[in-house]
Write a protein of this length. Structure first.
Lengths: 222, 105
């Protein structure tokens, strides 16, 4: 018997992602999915952001790593709520993991939820976790051709953070090249060059977060 | 998913499954074949074939409306053949991963 079917292979993930999105939108929570290679500074960016904006927003974090709760502990040290997911070998988070992590958080009054994905520029891009936006992170200690090598992330992300700019004098990273390729893939990409270590450039990133969160509220009232 | 669909039609043995995937979907055919072989082993579907069909990338230029494409991610960074625009190509096809056809007994 021949059976024509049209079913999205990732439909289970996408259905759950929509549920997560509904759940968060019902509470006006802005959800951001942070994606980068290992060591680009996702946790450092969160630590700075959670400390610096603690007076402005209530924030929560879902940490994804293969092993250890080191990152959740680092983030929790800032006073923010954090829950760790250990994928035990899995290379990305999916919407079901995020949904189960949400059960462990107290979402009352939360304004922004950060989902720190497993360090990987490939599969995390394919799996919708129910976020409002993906944020691509890279650091100047990496190659400036990352956007060229991993185009889908930069094509889909709303914002790109270029971290560790305090190291620029010591590395051969060509900022213009990285920017040019990223924008080629996504002309509306917002780019923030910053250093979590020195604090340079963080202000613009914070303004963007404020704007994105305000946009989320308007989306609800509108 | 295939088991669900064939059971709905009172079939018990899968003979073939076709998955159509976009060239931007990040799917590795060898890897999927390998997994497929692994999951059907020792089941009623042991003889089933997996057919993978790659759908080329189709892009639309938001400025002049030209439709163009290619077989790989490189198409995203290719200027629009209509107006030369480098930026903002809209992906019309290329990211999908669809179970499109089954054969069963």
């Amino acid at each position: 018997m021949q059976i024509p079917v049209i079913r999205n292979v990732l439909e289970a993930n996408e259905k759950m992602a929509d549920k997560v999105r509904e759940r968060l939108s019902g509470r006006d929570i802005l959800a951001l999915n942070l994606i980068s290679s290992p060591g680009a500074g996702k946790t450092s960016l969160l630590e700075r952001t959670l400390r610096d904006l603690a007076g402005k927003f209530r924030m929560a974090v879902i940490e994804g790593d293969l092993q250890t709760s080191n990152d959740a502990e680092r983030v929790a040290a800032t006073g923010a709520q954090a829950v760790q997911i250990n994928t035990e070998g899995g290379c990305h988070l999916n919407s079901d993991m995020v949904s189960r992590a949400l059960d462990k958080l107290s979402l009352d009054g939360v304004d922004i939820l950060f989902i720190e994905n497993v360090g990987n520029l490939v599969c995390p891009v394919e799996f919708d976790c129910g976020e409002d936006a993906k944020i691509a992170l890279l650091s100047v200690a990496e190659g400036d051709d990352k956007p060229e090598k991993y185009p889908l992330l930069f094509n889909l992300a709303k914002a790109m953070v270029l971290n560790k700019i305090d190291l620029l004098p010591h590395v051969d990273f060509d900022r213009a090249r990285a920017r040019a390729f990223a924008v080629k893939l996504n002309r509306s990409l917002e780019i923030f060059e910053l250093s979590c270590r020195s604090g340079e450039g963080l202000e613009a990133w914070y303004r963007w977060l404020e704007k994105a969160r305000a946009g989320k509220m308007r989306g609800r009232t509108g | 998913m295939a088991e669900e669909e064939i059971a709905r039609r009172d079939c018990t043995r899968l003979l073939a499954a076709r998955v159509e995937y976009g060239a931007l979907a990040g799917l590795m055919p060898e890897a999927l074949h390998c997994c497929f072989e692994a999951i059907i082993r020792g089941t009623a579907h042991e003889q089933a074939r997996l057919e993978l069909v790659c759908l080329p990338v189709r892009l639309r230029c938001p400025f002049c409306g030209a439709i163009f494409g290619g077989d790989s991610q490189d198409a995203l960074a290719t200027p629009c053949p209509g107006c030369g625009e480098l930026f903002g190509h809209i992906v019309e096809q290329g990211k999908e991963m669809i179970l499109s056809r089954l054969e069963a007994l």
